[in-house]
Design a protein around this ligand. Structure first.
Ligand SMILES: C[S@@+](CC[C@H](N)C(=O)[O-])C[C@H]1O[C@@H](n2cnc3c(N)ncnc32)[C@H](O)[C@@H]1O
Length: 221
C-alpha cells in the first residue's frame, strides 16, 4: 500500500538481524551521509560544546560523526536495542572514540537521564518508529538543557547524497522503502505544530528540504 505521508509512524521489529542489517547499510550505502548530517546539525543549531545525545543511534554512526564534527562535545549514543548498542560499542572502539562517545540503553519515551542534561539532541531515522511522539518529545524537552537545541528527523543530508543512497540501496535491496521519496505534506506539518503547541514549546523550526525532515527545537535559555 502506498504511504503518502512519510512522517507517519511505521512499526518494524528491531531484532538482532535488523541491527546487523542497519550496521551493514550504515557502512555502505549510507556511509557518506553521517558526516554531512552531523555538520548540518552543528551549523543549524550552533551547538558544538557540552553534551550531545543521539537518540535511536543504531550502529552509532551519527554519534561518531557528531564526535568528529564537534570535538568539544561528549556524546551519548542511546537506543532501546541491546543488539544495536553492542554493535555501536564495537564501532566506537574501532573508531578510537571511547573517551568521547559512550552508550546508554533505554526507551525514548522514558529516558534514564536527569532534567536538562543535554545541550544538543540529534536523531536520524528513528523518530518515525516511536510509538507516542508526544510523550517522546515531552521527554526530549525535559532532558534538554536551558538554551539547548535539537536536530531530530530523517534524511540523507543533501540532494546528491539522497540520490546516491537511492541508487546504492536499489542495488542492495530493491524492496527498500525510501521514505525520503515521499512528501511530508501539510498534515504532517500541522500534526507537529499542534503537538508542540500542546507541549508549550513555542520556539521551533521544521526543516523539510533536500537535507531531510528535521525538527529544531530551542529550549528557553
Ligand atoms: C532505522 S534505525 C536508525 C539508526 C541510526 N540512527 C542511523 O541513522 O544509522 C532506528 C533505530 O531507532 C531505535 N529505536 C526505535 N524506537 C526506539 C525507542 N522507542 N527508543 C529507543 N530507540 C529506538 C532502533 O532500535 C534502531 O536502532
Amino acid at each position: 500500500m502506498a504511504e503518502t505521508n512519510w512522517t507517519k509512524t511505521r512499526n518494524p521489529t528491531f531484532d538482532k538481524e535488523g541491527a546487523l542489517r542497519m550496521d551493514r547499510i550504515a557502512k555502505t550505502a549510507f556511509k557518506p551521509i553521517y558526516p554531512v548530517i552531523a555538520q548540518n546539525a552543528v551549523h543549524v543549531t550552533g551547538k558544538s560544546k557540552g553534551r550531545c545525545l543521539d537518540m535511536g543511534t543504531g550502529p552509532g554512526m551519527l554519534a561518531l560523526a557528531m564526535a568528529k564534527a564537534a570535538p568539544g562535545m561528549a556524546v551519548t549514543a542511546f537506543d532501546f536495542s541491546d543488539d544495536a548498542l553492542k554493535i555501536a560499542r564495537t564501532n566506537i572502539r574501532e573508531a578510537g572514540l571511547e573517551q568521547q562517545v559512550t552508550t546508554t540503553a533505554g526507551d525514548v519515551h522514558a529516558m534514564p537521564f536527569e532534567t536538562g542534561e543535554f545541550d544538543l539532541i540529534v536523531s536520524r531515522g528513528s523518530m518515525f518508529f516511536w510509538k507516542d511522539l508526544k510523550q517522546a518529545f515531552a521527554e526530549i524537552l525535559r532532558v534538554l538543557s536551558p538554551g539547548g537545541r535539537t536536530y531530530i528527523g530523517g534524511g540523507f543530508g543533501s540532494l546528491d547524497l539522497k540520490r546516491h543512497v537511492i541508487k546504492e540501496m536499489a542495488k542492495i535491496d530493491p524492496s527498500w522503502d525510501c521514505y525520503a521519496k515521499k512528501k511530508s505534506g501539510d498534515d504532517g506539518m500541522k500534526r507537529f505544530e499542534k503537538m508542540f503547541d500542546e507541549l508549550n514549546c513555542s520556539s521551533y523550526q521544521i526543516i523539510d528540504d533536500d537535507t531531510g525532515f528535521w525538527i529544531v527545537l530551542s529550549a528557553p535559555a
